[in-house]
Design a protein around this ligand. Sequence first.
Ligand SMILES: [Zn+2]
Length: 150
Amino acid sequence: MTDRLTSQERSKNMSAIKSKDTKPEVYFRKKLFSKGLRYRKNYGKVSGHPDIFIAKYNTAIFVNGCFWHRHQNCKYAYTPKSRIDFWEKKFETNVFRDLTVKQELYSQKIKQLVVWECTIKRMMKFSDYENELLVRVMDFLVSEEMYLEL
Ligand SMILES: [Zn+2]
């Protein structure tokens, strides 16, 4: 993957991902709210502290930054060209943590929805896509499925 972002964009990208209430997260929450869903934010009582937790559907939602969480085959999940060892170690830790959380939630029978940042960016851009994705989210919530990645 090529590293095409400017250093300014990159540092903005990196700082955004670690913080709570990122722009994609706020946007996605608003969409859920507009669908009549009620939720908790950054819910500490569930493994992995999901960004959003919908008690009614026992569903943890993670809005994952593609860079930090290493979205496969995604252009945002590039590897910086300097301090490669540092980044690879960091990414490995993040991916391992995500996997651990995923297994914990499975064993606790909590449904999981992972929404990638690039999906949300696309939703923000195209209203048809936005509608389609929200339908998939609503279908998933009422389904028997335990895991969905969008
Ligand atoms: Zn992505």
